[in-house]
Design a protein around this ligand. Structure first.
Ligand SMILES: C[S@@+](CC[C@H](N)C(=O)[O-])C[C@H]1O[C@@H](n2cnc3c(N)ncnc32)[C@H](O)[C@@H]1O
Length: 475
């Protein structure tokens, strides 16, 4: 076995290949361990507390790392070993064999208790760092109902290697495809469907996409599953329409997997990282699947946003609704409404719901969803939330509460200012990005709003992500 030379700090050169004995002092938001080195760079300049980032390292652990990259202000390293007596009590063997290569999960080396602790401290740190909120309470993270096989949607890139069509997950921070065998956060049936499509592509000579040359036939496969109705949708994202043998592929696919009730061909001919192109064609069945949340049925089209962890979504929505303490006379807004899930779930507690969403297909689903659930006190508008709220203000709408559930980039400042101008006293903010939530809370504070507690909800076990809910009020 190779002898490990443990260098003592200060006089050592901090360069690629060197090994150092370290202690991990903290973790980054994306779950990399941080240690600090003292030594010299290759120009003999002294480096003090030079930060090094290490995948899969846990705060307070001690061990040996090997430097893999040294930049001007930071470096990256890999773990050589973690000392037995300095191993975190949260460390476990990751169940997934490709965990260290795949970019999908970030916390599989920690048990679930450790993951929840990490997420809570990340939320606290970010709120303090970005928002300056030292006193803001962060509750214990509300755990996910399931911690594995919870995802209802997968999006798998297809490529080409040695003239064969391959598919899998992107290797950490690259576009190199690691072939898919099993995935522990999505259902086995979705994984089997994707692998079967890959085999059929090879049988029917449907070629995987070559990103560099921009050639090939199939770029991605998206699968969506409803565990409550057992329906599955498959979207084949191809470079062109009318791919040879695609109908034969679909026939074999739906025969093997009868839960598939919808197959869509989406065409994406642009050189882009965005998965879906502008045009879609139905190849089989319906153009939606249905799922049930809090007793209501929801139609979901291939372009519509739908939460990926449906069992914990019910917990999330119930928490949001209970925090809001709606009154039967309340008129509320559901901004960024997607297919209307939150507004429809809240409708029975209030007088009227006004909803807005930017994606046309989602709004079409939302109209259907209100109808099939016999909800009559809800309206939907397709547009930008930040513009529609100004229209509602001009129309003189009197609003008691607003639920906002924006994408990662958070709220438009115009939307927050208009909430204030309309004198809306209650805002329930559901956020999937703690940094933008911290930024937006700061603005609400400047507008005179108050909030006391952030409630993290773990919608994404084994990954670094966490959803948060905050009730923001004005007297
Ligand atoms: C995090 S999702 C929430 C959807 C829904 N509330 C749910 O729980 O399923 C954010 C939604 O905002 C929509 N969106 C993005 N930008 C928007 C904008 N400027 N105005 C309105 N909707 C927008 C997205 O299409 C997406 O459906």
């Amino acid at each position: 076995m190779e002898e490990i030379i443990v260098k003592e700090p200060r006089e050592k050169i901090i360069k690629v290949g060197e090994k150092f004995k370290v202690q991990f002092v903290s973790m980054t938001h994306d779950a990399r361990g941080v240690c600090k080195l003292n030594g010299k760079n290759k120009y003999n300049e002294e480096l003090v507390n030079f930060p090094i980032f290490v995948n899969n390292a846990i705060t307070n652990e001690e061990g040996i790392v090997e430097l893999t990259e040294v930049k001007k202000t930071l470096g990256n390293a890999k773990i050589v070993k973690i000392f037995k007596d300095k191993t975190s009590p949260y460390r476990i063997e990751a169940i997934c064999p490709i965990y260290s290569e795949c970019g999908g999960c970030h916390l599989m080396h920690m048990n679930y208790e450790g993951q929840l602790k990490f997420k809570r401290s990340m939320v606290k740190q970010t709120l303090e760092k970005i928002g300056g909120f030292k006193e803001l309470k962060v509750s214990q993270v509300i755990p996910s109902v399931d911690t594995v096989k919870y995802r209802n949607k997968v999006q798998i890139p297809f490529g080409s290697k040695k003239n064969k069509t391959i598919c899998g997950f992107y290797k950490n921070q690259t576009h190199e495809i690691i072939p898919i065998e099993e995935c522990f956060i999505q259902s086995d049936e979705m994984t089997e469907i994707v692998k079967f499509i890959r085999n059929l592509c090879n049988e029917f000579r449907i070629k995987g996409y070559d990103e560099e040359k921009g050639t090939g036939d199939i770029r991605h496969v998206l699968v969506r599953e409803s565990t409550s109705t057992n329906e599955i949708m498959v979207v084949l994202v191809t470079l062109r329409k009318d791919i040879k043998n695609i109908n034969e592929l679909v026939t074999k696919l739906v025969n093997r997997h009868p839960k598939i009730v919808s197959v869509i061909n989406n065409v994406n001919d642009e050189k882009t990282n965005v998965v879906l192109g502008k045009k879609s064609y139905k190849l089989y069945g319906k153009n939606y699947i249905e799922d049930i949340l809090l007793g209501n049925k929801f139609r979901i089209g291939e372009r519509s946003f739908y939460q990926v962890n449906p069992k914990t979504t019910e917990v999330l929505y119930q928490k949001a609704i209970s925090l809001a303490k709606f009154k039967p006379t309340d008129n509320i807004i559901d901004a960024y409404c997607g297919i209307g899930t939150i507004g429809i779930s809240a409708a029975k507690y209030v007088n009227h719901v006004y909803s807005v969403e930017i994606v046309e297909e989602a709004i079409k689903n939302a109209f259907d969803n209100a109808k099939i659930n016999n909800i009559n006190n809800i309206d939907f508008v397709c547009g930008k939330a930040e513009e529609q709220i100004v229209t509602w203000k001009k129309e003189g709408l009197q609003i008691d509460a607003i639920i906002v559930d924006p994408p990662r980039k958070g709220l438009d400042i115009k939307l927050m200012d208009t909430i204030n101008e309309m004198d809306i006293k209650k805002v329930v903010y559901i956020s999937c990005d703690i940094s933008t939530l911290a930024r937006d809370l700061k603005h609400f504070k400047e507008l005179g709003y108050n909030f006391t507690t952030v409630y993290p909800v773990d919608m994404f076990p084994n990954t670094m992500h966490v959803e948060n809910i905050v009730l923001i009020t004005k007297e």
